[in-house]
Design a protein around this ligand. Structure first.
Ligand code: ADP
Ligand code: MG
Length: 705
């Protein structure tokens, strides 16, 4: 039997990597040749799986899972909650005489019927038909977690409508594969038969001490602090980014890496991020559906392993006011079955036609579908981050760097391209090797940057599933590529047409290219002049999803039917309202039951003290105790008044019928009322002794580890 509890060491890591995954090696080893082959055919051609094949695969999976300590199996899926779902079912089956055998059938592998009624469906699931279906996605490997064999599945309603984040992603992968393959064929890559999108998600997160976390209802219920005065020290010394990692955090990271490696997740780099207590983990990229599964698992294990180390991992986008929030960088590229990265410019990008066509397609797609990219990252949590000085603004633009921009400009103007001088960087130190300067010098402020051989979409919030943004990217780029393919195929001279195409695209869409500082106020004005969208908040962005053009796009490529699209829209609006509502109610709870009582007690104590001092005649000339008591009384009153005001404002939402109007109300009325309450509380916190104020302070939270 495989000893899955064996400790991973530097020496055994290559053998232990992926030991909890039913991957290709395991399948080849454990399945009869013909079954293995026919399973592979299904995976590659996307064909329906034969039940006799499924039975054999299920048997092999069960044996392997039991050897690895699993007693249960579960269909593992990604409903619209944004997290994953599982329902564990044990392998046991009665065998007479009170005995059992361990069973797992092909039918159980292929299909599950979870009750769908408790997952968000946006009206797709009639209440009388609660059934939903999960069906095995053989393109993602099964794995073992918590003694359960987890089978990645897609999730749909009884009527076959999509209820998850996985299905649209898989659909979009097919669409872009077909379109990109067509372009490759036009340019003579006749051996390219499939193109896959690849993704690598850099994940940011905060770690705080568990005992402090437990004392904050806002962190426990909402994942972010709703109260808290600034800490005297924040991140202004810039001493945390890339700083030496603290021992407690190193132990956590090592433990986390081991868990992820066992699951075949390529956890690669880790470092301290810019804010105190903030860190980042980046994996090696993979095919986008596996990368999505892996990022979901990474988020799950970040939380789980943190708990094991007496810490709490915060994945919310803006856990602390005045401190950098957490994002997720979605690195995206296209790779052929022959191993070519289609965004690799090669040694001479100016003559690399395939590269330039794919590049042009991204530029056009991003410009045309700014709204969809913005919507793909829209959430109540991310609204606190986008546009606040540390994250890209809500405006989408593309960074290309000087060299690539110049090449496109030359083609557009019909002038020859003179290679930019890529000189060596002189460090002025003789003993250091000469470093070649990167002409695509990284621009850290761009929301959508070309970074050498991939695009980096940086607007995602840390808790975002990457499936949505990648579904959008695949679909919008495929849509443009299809048009290019038609144009190039029709042309008498594909060579000439190529130049006309690049010229036309550049002229029509160069407004989306911006190589400057995205954080500057000048850019916001400039973007406005260029006519770029600036959708500052989720309620402002969401309605655009139902535009005619978007319905055309999604239905044409069969990513969503119009009904499915509307359901997504409704779910997103509903989620926004619920999240802000929970936050507002949490504030009321904390204020009424913790802050106001503490403020009242302390104010009374101070007033009593002042009166006592006066009575015994020790009040000084400025009578500090009386002034202090008065200040406290004024602030306490304001805390009380604003709590009542927030309560009234929340109640006001009940009168509003249309969900999107309600979301707007939460943004325009409830959020400001929350902000006002917080302001009063934070002022009071600064005047209240540590042992009287009921919530751990920002200094404690941020510098506890
Ligand atoms: P940084 O953005 O911090 O400079 P890197 O350039 O090392 O970091 O890459 C960041 C992420 O991009 C990593 O997760 C990496 O695996 C991923 N990446 C690299 N190449 C590709 C590619 N062709 N497709 C998708 N992701 C990629
Ligand atoms: Mg990055």
């Amino acid at each position: 039997m495989f000893d899955y509890n064996i400790e991973i060491t530097a020496e055994n890591l290559p053998q232990m990597f992926g030991c909890m995954v039913f991957n290709d090696d395991v399948m080849r080893e454990r399945l009869p040749r013909d079954i293995y082959k026919s399973l592979h055919k299904t995976i590659e051609d996307g064909r329906e799986l034969d039940i006799t094949v499924a039975n054999v695969v299920a048997n092999a999976m069960r044996d392997w899972a039991i050897e690895h300590g699993a007693t249960h199996f579960t269909h593992w899926f990604q409903p619209m909650t944004g997290i994953t779902a599982e329902k564990h079912v044990s392998f046991i089956s009665p065998y007479g005489n009170g005995k059992i055998i361990m069973e797992f059938s092909g039918k159980e592998l292929i299909r599950g019927e979870p009750d769908a009624s408790s997952f968000p469906s946006g009206g797709l699931r009639a209440t009388f038909e609660a059934r939903g279906y999960t069906s095995w996605d053989p393109t993602s490997y099964a794995f073992i977690k918590d003694d359960s064999l987890c089978i990645p599945t897609a999730f749909c309603s009884f009527g076959g409508e999509v209820l998850d984040k996985k299905t649209p992603l898989l659909r979009s992968m097919d669409v872009i594969s077909a379109a990109a393959t067509r372009i490759c064929q036009i340019f003579g890559y006749s051996d390219v038969t499939r193109v896959v999108p690849t993704a690598g998600a850099e994940q940011e997160y905060f770690l705080i001490d568990r005992s402090l976390y437990e004392k904050r209802l806002d962190l426990k219920l909402c994942g972010r602090t709703l109260f808290g005065a600034r800490s005297p020290k924040g991140q202004e010394l810039e001493d945390h980014y890339y700083g030496a990692i603290r021992p407690r955090v190193i132990e956590f990271m090592q433990d986390l890496n081991r868990e992820l490696w066992k699951l075949g997740i390529y956890a690669k780099t880790e470092h301290n991020e810019s804010a105190p207590a903030q860190h980042e983990l980046a994996p090696i990229y993979g095919i986008v559906n596996a990368a999505t599964d892996h990022n979901q698992l990474t988020m799950e294990f970040l939380k789980k392993v943190a708990e094991r180390h007496n810490m709490a991992c915060l994945l919310s986008e803006k856990p602390f006011a005045g401190i950098s929030g957490s994002g997720k960088h979605n690195n995206w590229s296209l790779s052929t079955n022959t191993g070519i990265n289609l965004f690799d410019p090669g040694a001479d990008p100016s003559s690399n036609k395939v590269f330039l066509v794919f590049l042009a397609a991204v530029i056009e797609a991003v410009d045309e579908h700014q709204d969809l990219l913005r919507i793909s990252v829209a959430s109540a949590g991310n609204d606190h981050r986008l546009g606040s000085n540390e994250a890209p603004p809500s405006i989408i633009s593309v960074f290309l760097g000087d060299e690539i921009t110049e090449i496109l400009e030359c083609i557009a103007d019909g002038r020859p391209y003179n290679h930019l001088d890529v000189c060596g960087m002189d460090t002025g130190v003789r003993t250091l090797p000469e470093v070649k300067k990167d002409t695509s010098d990284r621009n850290r402020t761009s929301p959508f940057a070309f970074t050498g051989n991939k695009f980096e979409f940086r607007m995602l919030g840390s808790s975002n599933s990457i499936s949505g943004p990648n579904t959008i990217l695949n679909t919008i780029v495929a849509d443009v590529l299809e048009r290019y393919a038609e144009r190039l195929e029709k042309a008498d001279n594909a060579e000439d047409e190529f130049y006309f195409l690049i010229r036309d695209v550049y002229k029509a869409h160069s407004r989306i290219i911006f190589n400057g500082n995205n954080y500057s106020t000048e850019w916001i004005e400039e973007a406005d002049r260029r006519g770029l969208l600036n959708l500052k908040s989720t309620p402002e962005a969401l309605p655009l999803i139902m535009n005619k053009e978007n319905i055309r796009l999604f239905t044409k490529h069969r990513i969503y039917t119009e009904r499915e699209l509307r359901a997504r829209y409704e779910i997103l609006v509903d989620n926004y309202i619920k999240v802000v509502n929970i936050e507002a109610l949490t504030m009321l709870d904390i204020s009424n039951r913790q802050l106001i009582p503490a403020a009242m007690r302390y104010t009374t104590e101070a007033a009593y003290g002042a009166a006592q001092r006066k009575a015994v005649g020790i009040s000084g000339t400025s009578d500090s105790s009386a002034v202090m008591a008065k200040n406290l009384a004024v602030l306490s009153d304001s805390l009380y008044d604003r709590t009542l005001a927030l309560d009234r404002t929340i109640n006001g939402a009940k009168m509003i019928k249309e969900p999107i109007d309600c979301a707007e109300y939460y943004r325009k009325s409830v959020l400001p009322a929350m902000e006002a309450l917080r302001k009063a509380a934070d002022e009071l916190e600064l005047l209240t002794p540590r042992d009287v104020w009921p919530l751990p302070s920002y200094s404690e939270l941020l510098f506890s580890i």
